[in-house]
Design a protein around this ligand. Sequence first.
Ligand code: FES
Length: 166
Amino acid sequence: MSIIKNIILGRPNGFRRSFQKRFFSENRGGNQEDTSPSSSYSAPVEYGVVAGGSVKMEPPKDITPPDGYEVVLHKDALQDGELTEVIIAGTAIVIANVGGEFLAAANTCPHAGGPLVDGELTGSILSCPYHGWGFDLKTGLCETNPSVQLPIYSALVEGDGVCVRI
Ligand code: FES
């Protein structure tokens, strides 16, 4: 049921939900959220913030990334075993911390478009939340259907920043 809800309304912290909240609560004056300290309000996820996580760190601005790379996260923003999504040049990328190694891949499942950032990470294998296909984030190979390849991107740590090459 939550899959259908996500397809129709978008993911809880996704673009469509934040657009709906902004459009309907700010522009039309309805459904104002209670953001008081006693409410259950949770602020929308911002760039570089771990979805559902407790750490919020902006990407460091004093890093000069290697040629072709872009600084996307603070290296402490993503703990071992966590995932987050960043948008680089209009492309949704899922970043994973696998034992201190940062891995990057397309966030859109090549099977049917599932949001991989909402999947389950076991070692370097990321399972899609929609139909459970497993992808090795180190190689992009699909364990479930070897004819499918997930685009992967080079990621490295430079200073305090996680950099990804598109
Ligand atoms: S959409 Fe990812 S496994 Fe089907």
